[in-house]
Design a protein around this ligand. Structure first.
Ligand SMILES: [Zn+2]
Length: 94
């Protein structure tokens, strides 16, 4: 995990339970947690490829952990994003 200590907001200990607050978007955390339990990962039906990339990088998750159906969706979304960025650059739109 990359620089987790920078993202930790608060650590609390209640009896024998350690509660750690991490300053990351909760949108994909369920999927990351699912990966820890099942060993493979799907993605939500709608997602931003950049956000997925950032979260997977943060949590140290390789795209190889994605199940084929979702790996294909992510690859497709990345290609769309690259095309969109090229068009925006050509048109001078940020
Ligand atoms: Zn899937």
């Amino acid at each position: 995990m990359k620089e987790l200590t920078d993202e930790i907001e608060n650590v609390k200990v209640h009896h024998d339970v350690i509660e750690v607050e991490v300053n990351r978007t909760p949108v994909l955390f369920h999927y990351i947690l699912d990966l820890c339990v099942k060993g493979s990962m799907h993605l939500p039906s709608a997602f931003c490829a950049k956000l997925v990339h950032e979260e997977m990088e943060f949590w140290g998750v390789s795209e190889r952990k994605l199940v084929t159906c979702c790996w294909a969706k992510l690859t497709s979304e990345k290609e769309k994003q690259i095309t969109l960025e090229k068009v925006q650059k050509e048109w001078g739109v940020a």
